[in-house]
Ligand binder design. Structure first.
Ligand code: NI
Length: 151
């Protein structure tokens, strides 16, 4: 059973904090990930970072093409030179959309919910979501780096 959590909005200092590395891969982590997925789907988002539900830990999830991706302690270890401009929003910053440049291709090192390490390459919109969510873990919001507001 997963629970819908409340999404923290811009102005809350937790969104500006540096999230803490996850070291314990236990049942509680699994429950948290399930709650995050439930919350993201309910809010009709395509990504969510733990600080957005008030938990300052390095955990993100992404939903792309009906596939759910979970990243614990994600790090972008390589990226393309090329960046793409596209519009983004954020569940913590309602009613704002803006153009944000993001790397077209990235290589991510992370752990799954059981603590297994993996490395994988992503591109296009999924790569964009991962970059947006990873930014949340260092207290960065898309409104800090957007080049233009869109309606
Ligand atoms: Ni966001």
């Amino acid at each position: 059973m997963a629970y819908i959590r409340e999404i923290v909005k811009e102005g809350d200092p937790i969104l500006r904090a540096k999230a803490v590395t996850v070291r314990r891969f236990d049942e509680r982590l699994g429950l948290l990930l399930d709650d995050m997925a439930e919350t993201m789907v309910y809010a009709e988002g395509c990504g969510l970072a733990a600080p957005q539900i008030g938990i300052s830990k390095r955990i993100i999830i992404c939903l792309y093409d009906d596939v759910l991706y979970e990243f614990i302690n994600p790090e972008i270890i390589e990226h393309s030179k090329e960046r793409i401009n596209d519009s983004e929003g954020c569940l913590s910053v309602p009613d704002v959309r803006g153009i944000v440049p993001r790397y077209k291709k990235i290589k991510v090192k992370a752990q799954d919910r059981y603590g297994n390490e993996f490395e994988e390459e992503y591109e296009g919109f999924l790569a964009r979501i991962i970059q947006h969510e990873t930014d949340h873990l260092s207290g960065r919001l898309f409104i800090d780096i957007m080049t233009k507001k869109v309606d």
